[in-house]
Design a binder for this molecule. Structure first.
Ligand code: G1P
Ligand code: ZN
Length: 544
């Protein structure tokens, strides 16, 4: 094998964000852009000589080309083996599963998650460590600083590998193993859940479900598990073919982008259970007939019902949620007498807690739920967890949620996103809030009195690392909260996320519409931050 050492010059924009490096495809297609980043990943790691690396992606445009480059660079840098999903595919949770199952050194996942795909859309790359989880901040920062200094990269000068056949190949001395991207993951799900009970439910004739794979990676996984292994009728999985541009759609399972499914779930003849997953398979949306389960509630409900599911019947060590996620799970943790951790946004912050056995379940308001079975959030896992609970409780989704609210109260919750706003205005808005934190305490805004306000800072209880500036919190004396932060995953301008929450115990109001129930707080969220002044926007682009 001939190894080429190629001279290059640094790019100054390769700092990984909330979940790896995300850019427009056109940015990644610049000569050396991908290669620089991959070499910086390898340069930031120690001790991988002769070890195995997992690579795979969500199948979006540029996935295959990028995989070929990474395989050749892995060979040139001294990896002993690369494990790659057939067709260059691996969902994010399946990649995490494979890294853990085969004990590899780490993995590289190609995805821009829920962002659109195609030649003019988005691409992304991230490194996951041997625990199967996103690299910790010290690694991502090391990658970034190396990327600012890079002057050469190494790549094997060989032909492309065959990505279509499940077989072993060689690139120089390095072994390449093309694996079925689905089976390891499906086997793991079969161990966690009561497939017999779920098969009975799906075959009972009185229960129907629809799963929208949004033309993204989860299609093959959902078909194998729901239709083949659990016997759901063919057609249960909608849009099951992964497409390079997701059929032109935005593969984000929320009320706006999974509209087709949301409409299907309305009316008397709607399926009993509806679910969707995102571009790379780590997000989930849960729907009942005429009913939407917020991701924050979903986490709390899974925690409260965990003992009904074989993989969790021993109970939970603890739970965690990202700071902007509603406090619903906190109440469940209190009732179960287990710890509840509040972490910054981004799955990487759950890794240490999971590795240390401090938590079993964790989640984010952004349609992310997961457990200690892998080190990524896991869309299909959450759907199967719900299906298992439905099979045991034999109640409608809506009844399970309203029962939960009766018992624990409801955290009425909404997130408002102002997308693609000019970065300067967004930064001024955040700075304005930061400057105001000190004076907010004790101030009255109509019925709301500020109890505390800060820029969230987190100290990891395992390695004591500190992550600061993680979002402005305004906490009111009645338990309500407004949280502001800027997205770390966007590729264009800035996205302001405003998270609004208020606990409600009045049984008569439990089922009202959140936008109505929160209207006063929503107005406050706009005036306190002077959103219109700084962004020119009077209303959000996406409400979830
Ligand atoms: C968003 C979500 C966050 C999630 C991340 C990756 O990040 O808000 O919870 O972990 O995507 O899926 P953001 O764009 O807000 O930085
Ligand atoms: Zn995702």
């Amino acid at each position: 094998m001939e190894i080429k050492t190629v001279s290059t010059t640094p790019f100054d924009d390769q700092r990984p964000g909330t979940s790896g490096l995300r850019k427009k495809v056109k940015v990644f297609q610049q000569p050396n852009y991908l290669e620089n980043f991959v070499q910086s990943i390898f340069d930031a790691l120690d001790g991988f000589q002769g070890q195995a690396l997992v690579v795979g992606g969500d199948g979006r445009f540029y996935n295959r080309e990028a995989i070929q480059v990474i395989v050749k660079m892995a060979a040139a840098n001294g990896f002993g083996k690369v494990i790659v999903g057939r067709g260059a595919l691996l969902s994010t949770p399946a990649a995490s599963c494979v890294i853990r199952k085969y004990g590899t050194f780490g993995g590289i996942i190609l995805s821009a998650s829920h962002n659109p795909g195609g030649p003019d859309a988005d691409f992304g790359i991230k490194y996951n460590a041997s625990n199967g989880g996103p690299a910790a901040e010290n690694i991502t920062e090391a990658i970034y600083s190396l990327s600012l200094d890079i002057n050469e990269y190494r790549i094997a000068d060989t032909a492309d590998i065959d990505l279509e056949t499940i077989a072993e190949q060689k690139v120089g001395d390095m072994l390449v193993e093309v694996i079925d991207p689905v089976s390891d993951y499906a086997d793991m799900m079969q161990q966690l859940f009561d497939f017999d009970a779920m098969r009975n439910l799906l075959g009972s004739g009185s229960f129907t479900m629809s799963f929208d794979a949004m033309n993204a990676i989860t299609g093959p996984y959902a078909r194998e598990i729901l239709e083949n292994r659990l016997g759901a009728p063919a057609g249960t999985v909608l849009r099951g073919e992964p497409l390079e541009d997701f059929g032109g759609a935005h593969p984000d399972p929320n009320l706006v982008h999974a509209k087709q499914l949301v409409e299907m779930m309305t009316g008397d003849d709607a399926p009993d259970f509806g679910a969707a997953s995102d571009g790379d398979g780590d997000r989930n949306m849960i729907l009942g007939r005429d009913f939407y389960v917020t991701p924050s509630d979903s986490l709390a409900i899974l925690a409260a019902n965990a003992r009904l599911v074989p993989g969790y019947e021993q109970g939970l060590a603890g739970v965690a949620r990202s700071m902007p996620t509603s406090q619903a799970v906190d109440r469940v943790a209190e009732a179960l007498d287990i710890d509840c951790y509040e972490t910054p946004t981004g799955w990487k912050f759950f890794g240490n807690l999971l590795d240390a056995g401090k938590i079993t379940l964790c989640g984010e308001e952004s349609f992310g739920t997961g457990s200690d079975h892998v080190r990524e959030k896991d869309g299909l896992w959450a759907v199967l967890f719900w299906l298992n609970v439905l099979a045991v409780r034999k109640q409608a989704v809506a009844d399970i949620v309203t029962d939960h609210w009766q018992k624990y109260g409801r955290d009425v919750y909404t997130r408002h996103d102002y997308e693609g706003v000019p970065a300067a205005g967004a930064n001024e808005l955040m700075q304005g809030l930061r400057d105001a934190i000190g004076q907010l305490k004790g101030q009255d805004f109509a019925a709301y009195k500020v109890e505390h306000s800060d820029d969230f800072s987190y100290t990891d209880s395992v390695d004591n690392s500190v992550s600061s500036n993680q979002g402005i919190r305004i906490l009111f004396t009645n338990g309500a909260r407004i949280v502001y932060r800027l997205s770390g995953t966007g590729t264009e301008g800035a996205t302001l996320r405003v998270y609004i929450e208020q606990p409600e115990k009045d049984p008569k109001r439990l089922e009202d519409d959140p936008q109505e129930m929160l209207s006063e707080l929503i107005n406050l969220s706009r005036s306190i931050a002077r959103i219109e002044h700084h962004t020119g926007r009077i209303a959000p682009d996406v409400i979830t």
